[in-house]
Design a protein around this ligand. Sequence first.
Ligand SMILES: *Cc1c(COP(=O)(O)O)cnc(C)c1O
Length: 408
Amino acid sequence: MTDTPLTPHQNSIELLDSPLGDQIVSAIKRTIGASNTTKPHGLHEPEFPGNEWAYIKDCLDTKWVSSVGSYVDRFEDDLADYTGVKKAIAAVNGTAALQVAYQLAGVAAQTEVLMPALTFVATANAATYLGATPHFVDSCEKSLGVDPEKLKHYLESHTHQKGGRCINNSTQCPIVALVAMHTYGHPGDLDALLEICQRHNIILIEDAAEALGTLYKGKHVGNHGYISCLSFNGNKVITTGGGGAILTNDLRLAVRAKHLTTTARQNHKWEFSHDEVGYNFRLPNINAALGCAQLESLDRFILEKRHLAHRYIAEFNDITDVQFVTEPPHSKSNYWLNTIRLKSDDIFVRNSILEQTHRAGFITRPTWKLMHHLPMYSNCPRMPLSTAEQLERSLINLPSSAALGRTS
Ligand SMILES: *Cc1c(COP(=O)(O)O)cnc(C)c1O
């Protein structure tokens, strides 16, 4: 062997296209059409097909661009109407919305919050900001959300009740909340999770950041727990540039949420008085204006996204080494990110598929690294996470923009 220097590309055996990779690339091609490597199909691209320009121009014309203006109120009302919750409170991003939602649920220092290890890092960070400890639970293969069976057995053998609270036997810390995260827009098994939470005196919080437009048993997600949150980041179903919202059916909680996100300022004509440590988490009017316009197109986006998912389902149907992730029973998913699961859970197979799809001009992504595999969360309490670990090595997100599901 000679020591010919190799470029990073040549250096990799992953350069070889595999038969499975060929099958996946051609299924994607048949679904969304050929791509080219100079302008690849992104994973999820925003679209501004309606009143976005008009509403933002209105903000600029009136100079109401920042923390005061009518679009924030309107966006909150429109969100409440759309989701069927009593109140929506806009926030500067989904992470901030989660943090406030957690705080209102009693998450604080010396407490623990149950959440899936398979989630975006914001779910865990928001608890950490409050001084609480994330406590990781396993996911369910079908819904990709928290596995209720495993959670039930785990809580029965690892916790006890004291003074109306659920106490972790090994840390003696109260477990105050469970976060149900609706992975890629597919709702978790909310009824089962709610029942477990009620039995153990744990508050159910929904991280519905990815699931605007998703129904569980006919009711929009975010309606099933104590409090929940949405995100309007640039890659979500609709975007406000950056943004988020807290959803709740409890009017007192809504007042508290608004207060906390707006520096806890007391209502007064001119005086600056604040009665607790609040946050500057309000959504600027200009972002809310974008949100109002985006909401007008949401139903159409979801129709197109579901259409796209059904085309993928048909094309992946007879690839035996791949399973397309479909919405769980009793639900209607927004199919935020279309996802396949490889039969193999060999991470080298997954990586070679990622490489091959990228070479073919399609942006694909692995799922998130599990939370306990990140350095700052590696010592957090957790149950055995066998399913999440298999999912980590075998899930791949496919191009999912609404435009790809457009028929005409
Ligand atoms: C997007 C997202 C959030 C919030 O994200 P922001 O970028 O802060 O709006 C929280 N949780 C999950 C699961 C998400 O996907």
